[in-house]
Design a protein around this ligand. Structure first.
Ligand code: NAD
Ligand code: MG
Length: 377
């Protein structure tokens, strides 16, 4: 029986992770959950999964839930997530909050030598090198949940890294890939209408700008220790192939499946086992043809900016990520246009003080500085 803590259990990944755990009740047990603003869902989850620990930032909310669930231990305040990951006795941490806020609890899990099933890509983007080193020194595991990275992880499982030519990350292209559309006029509603995947708001906007794929290039760079020039993006609108690896001998290995995050979540929890489940399966006969295209970096400037950030290195990915997190929020709140997201990111990326091998403190300071500057415009 593996004991699981889920950070961000009320989100899209969190809910899917709980579905996987429900499917394999004899294998996995929930010992910790974390929420943010959706108290009614968190309350239902506590009633159903009976975790020993729950984290949520707001003190009053935590007190109200404590009244209802007397046996549960609640953590609140700004460091609620870290209190949870430091206290609970668990085997696997499902990191599924959105944004750089997930970095400290991931570090805490790695320091305790745990398996981190990581969906929360932003910590890997801003501090991937540090996280990889922490995993190594503490004999912890980082198993990707992001579907592309789960695919690459599976393709590389029995391979020697020396034989890898390129990683090919597939991208659906989002809602605007094939459309002639004026980015100045795009509304949040239009950008939130993803063709294939149902996900949280931030990642859905990132998919529309293709920043999501840019963040995934940086994520892959650190997860698999492959230079950025060997990580390519290929548009594949059907989202059947979740990514591929090209080898030096001319072979390409691909991983396929339905567009359902339960698959990579299950893989990260059960690895190296493959467990039989009742989820819908891919039927290739019923699929239309699979197509592939080159991404248009001039239309999707965020993708180009992400390559620029990883090539610049140091603090540049942290700058890119923080500027993007704020810009996406401003867009969702109708304060800026869709076309201004790359403008804001580019401006910050061209005006910051870099450091070659930044410490965690330097990364956090940069993240804070960019957020402070942008929230004050
Ligand atoms: P979501 O918005 O649906 O859920 C986010 C979760 O984080 C919620 O439980 C929310 O309560 C919590 N949260 C938000 N802000 C918080 C804060 N400041 N402090 C503590 N908790 C906070 O997002 P999602 O779609 O589930 O994505 C989660 C992460 O997984 C993201 O980093 C995303 O890029 C990544 N991811 C998601 C998918 C997907 O299919 N949804 C796929 C690949 C990767
Ligand atoms: Mg992905």
């Amino acid at each position: 029986m593996k004991k699981i803590v889920i950070l961000g259990s009320t989100g899209s990944i969190g809910v899917n992770a709980l579905s996987v755990i429900k499917e394999f009740q004899e294998k996995f047990r929930v010992v910790g959950l974390s929420g943010f603003s959706n108290l009614s869902l968190l309350s239902k989850q506590i009633a159903e999964f009976k975790p020993e620990f729950v984290a949520l930032p707001n003190l009053k909310d935590a007190a109200a839930l404590k009244n209802k669930f007397k046996k549960t231990i609640f953590f609140s305040g700004t460091d609620n997530l870290v209190k949870l990951t430091e206290t609970a006795d668990y085997d696997i941490l499902v990191a599924a909050v959105v944004g750089a806020v997930g970095l400290p609890p991931v570090i805490s899990g790695l320091k305790r030598g745990k398996r981190i099933a990581i969906a929360n890509k932003e910590p890997l983007v801003i501090a991937g090198k540090l996280l990889r080193n922490l995993a190594k020194t503490n004999r912890a595991e980082i198993i990707p949940v992001d579907s592309e990275h789960s695919a690459v992880f599976q393709c590389l499982k029995n391979e020697n890294k020396q034989g890898v030519e390129n990683i090919l990350l597939t991208a659906s292209g989002g809602p605007f890939f094939s459309k002639k559309i004026d980015f100045k006029k795009v509304t949040p509603e239009q950008a939130l209408a993803h063709p294939n995947w149902s996900m949280g708001k931030k990642i859905t906007i990132d998919s529309a700008t293709m920043m999501n794929k840019g963040l995934e290039v940086i994520e892959a760079r650190w997860l698999f220790d492959i230079p950025p020039e060997n990580i390519k993006v290929i548009i594949h609108p059907q989202s059947v192939i979740h990514s591929m690896v090209e080898f030096k001998d001319g072979s390409t290995i691909a991983q396929m499946g339905t567009a359902d995050m339960k698959l990579p979540i299950q893989y990260a929890l059960a690895f190296p086992e493959r467990l039989k489940n009742s989820f819908p399966k891919l039927n290739l006969i019923e699929r239309e043809k699979l197509t592939f295209f080159k991404p248009d970096m001039n239309k999707f400037r965020c993708l180009k900016l992400a390559y620029q950030a990883i090539k610049t290195g140091g603090l540049a990915p942290a700058v890119l990520n923080a500027a993007n997190e704020i810009a996406v929020n401003l867009f969702l709140n109708k304060k800026i246009g869709f076309n201004q997201i790359p403008d804001i990111v580019e401006n910050k990326l061209n005006n910051f003080k870099n450091a070659a091998n930044p410490s965690l403190e330097e990364i956090m300071n940069t993240d804070y500085k960019i957020r402070f500057e942008l929230n004050n415009i």
